[in-house]
Design a protein around this ligand. Structure first.
Ligand code: C2E
Ligand code: CA
Ligand code: CA
Length: 405
């Protein structure tokens, strides 16, 4: 190995890092190619992968003093830029505070992921098949999260993110009372990405605030267009999902008010869907915010009701008017008497508290039947309609006939 400033040159075949050795620097490969090898507790050595120009190796050393977790050998003569732990700490000290925090969180999580994978590997096979398939670095939660967050930010701006709308039906009349707006991300290469993947990433990265603002505005505008196209006899409502981060943002209430007045929908036509988590995490703030929303006329629904915190006292504390029964209970109703009892209890609770109950995920006629018998007012599910684009929804509404069951 030759050294010049912070650059190091390794000849083909030379070891750069040895598994088990202490380490206090990471490297960026400027030129050349290296191989990463891992030896398990039984002495079997496997090749984890190769890395070329611009890749970073040995990065664990810049977060802790733990021994090297793998061996890295130069496959070709390679030129590496060294980043010592001290150098890294110094750079971090001067970084913007958000960047600093994010870096620390990500690196710590990265270490946790690797540790988990190592424990797993000792017992089974190292590396797990999916890690090999995706490439070592790309499999970490942190790298994936950053990739998704970056792509999602661009998608929001370039309109690859859309809203779909799922009708919410009155169980007594079979007529539509409103819609739930659900986000869809149509990725140009990967196709539709589930909200179950991108919403948590958007929440973690703070992008959800921008996304929710966009969604509320878009949903309100869509409601106006839908009303203009199908001229319903009764006013319909639009239910929009919000996350904890939305409630923490200082201008939440102002932004909601603005959107409602600018899009010219009646506040009564806007329902906010939140989970119990939002209420529990910041009760005082949530109470005040919800009070102002209710005062203005908006509806407040608790989403996934029954899956969160067990205390019911909060129902009394917050100005809530709708309970959405989680689909896992509805789905199980006909084969699991506990689920049936639970749904029944929620409907009764709703009635006693003068709240509306909405059953989610209704797929079978028998479920709809049972729910109606129990006195559940509203339902949403594939039995009636799947979430659909605005254009499809308008076509569907023009031909809508009350659902018989
Ligand atoms: P959620 O709010 O509980 O939304 C209901 C989910 O159930 C939707 O999944 C919907 O497509 C699905 N669903 C409705 N009826 C049926 C049915 O009969 N059977 C089955 N199997 N599923 C049904 P989706 O659209 O994939 O959304 C998943 C979750 O992502 C949502 O759950 C919500 O938590 C979150 N999400 C979606 N859009 C937004 C958004 O704009 N903002 C926020 N904060 N979260 C969103
Ligand atoms: Ca929802
Ligand atoms: Ca739900």
């Amino acid at each position: 190995m030759e050294t010049a400033d912070s650059r190091k040159v390794f000849k083909a075949g030379e070891f750069i890092i040895k598994q088990g050795d202490p380490g206090d620097s990471a490297y960026i490969i400027e030129e050349g190619k290296v191989e990463i090898r891992y030896t398990d507790s039984e002495g079997r050595t496997r090749v984890l992968g190769t890395r070329g120009a611009n890749a970073m190796i040995g990065e664990m050393a810049i977060i802790d003093n733990a021994p090297r977790t793998a061996t890295i050998v130069a496959l070709e003569d390679s030129k590496l830029l060294e980043i010592t732990k001290d150098d890294f700490s110094r750079r971090l000290e001067h970084a913007d505070s958000v960047l600093k925090m994010a870096t620390q969180v990500i690196l710590t999580r990265y270490r946790d992921t690797l540790t988990r994978a190592e424990i797993w590997g000792e017992r089974y096979q190292w590396p797990p098949a999916e890690m090999v398939e995706l490439g070592y670095a790309e499999t970490t939660d942190a790298v994936q999260t950053i990739t998704i967050a970056n792509e999602f930010r661009d998608a929001l701006l370039s309109k690859f993110v859309q809203l779909y709308y799922q009708p919410i039906i009155s169980l007594s009349s079979g007529e539509i009372t409103g819609f739930e707006a659900l986000m869809r991300w149509n990725h140009p290469k990967k196709g539709f990405i589930s909200p179950a993947i991108f919403i948590p990433v958007a929440e973690e990265s703070g992008l959800i605030i921008e996304a929710s603002k966009w969604a509320l505005r878009e949903a309100c505008l869509a409601l106006k267009r839908i009303e203009a196209a199908v001229k319903p006899k009764d006013k319909l409502y639009m239910s929009v999902n919000f996350s904890s981060a939305d409630f923490s943002s200082d201008d939440f209430i102002g932004s909601v008010y603005n959107t409602i007045s600018e899009t010219d929908v009646a506040a009564e036509q806007v329902h906010l869907e939140i989970t119990e988590r939002v209420l529990i995490q910041q009760p005082d703030r949530a109470k005040e915010t919800l009070r102002m929303c209710r005062k203005a006329g908006m509806g407040i629904a608790i989403d996934d009701f029954g899956t969160g915190y067990s205390s019911l006292s909060y129902l009394h504390y917050f100005p809530i008017d709708t309970l959405k029964i989680d689909q896992s209970f509805v789905r199980d109703m006909h084969k699991n008497e506990h689920s049936l009892a639970l749904v029944n209890s929620i409907v009764t609770l709703g009635k006693n508290m003068r709240m509306i109950t909405v059953a989610e995920g209704v797929e079978a006629k028998e479920e709809a039947h049972k729910l109606r018998e129990m006195g559940c007012e509203l339902a949403q599910g594939y039995l009636f309609a799947k979430p659909m684009s605005e254009a499809d929804l308008i076509e569907r509404l023009k031909l809508w006939a009350p659902v018989r069951f």
